[in-house]
Design a protein around this ligand. Structure first.
Ligand code: MG
Length: 111
């Protein structure tokens, strides 16, 4: 491997989250993130977005480039997916293209 680290590798989950939330605001989404989840049961996705115009709901679990899903997180993701919900695991490499594709679609913007 070379010495230079790609931009993707140096983006933390927190940085990714800040970017995702800012994009969601631009797209007009309501969103929820639990800023202190220590007393919650583990596994629920990091972010939930609901678009006030369409009611479209999107769940997103954010991970650093090498972060692994815990079993409880995978269980939630699988269950939501089975129920027909929109659920994503976003990592720094998904920023910005894949995230934009989801969160800007409400405005009819093809990313
Ligand atoms: Mg996370």
């Amino acid at each position: 491997m070379g010495q230079a680290r790609s931009v993707v590798e140096v983006v933390s989950e927190a940085e990714l989250q800040a970017n995702v939330i800012e994009l969601a605001r631009l797209g007009g989404w309501l969103y929820f993130h639990d800023n202190d989840s220590r007393r919650n049961r583990a596994g629920f996705p990091d972010l939930v977005f609901v678009h006030p115009m369409s009611g479209r709901t999107v769940y997103a679990e954010l991970k650093s480039a090498k972060g692994k899903l815990r079993p409880e997180q995978q269980q939630w993701i699988d269950a939501l997916y089975r129920g027909g919900h929109e659920v994503y695991v976003w990592r720094p490499e998904d920023w910005p293209v894949l995230v934009q594709r989801v969160l800007l679609a409400e405005r009819g913007v093809a990313a």
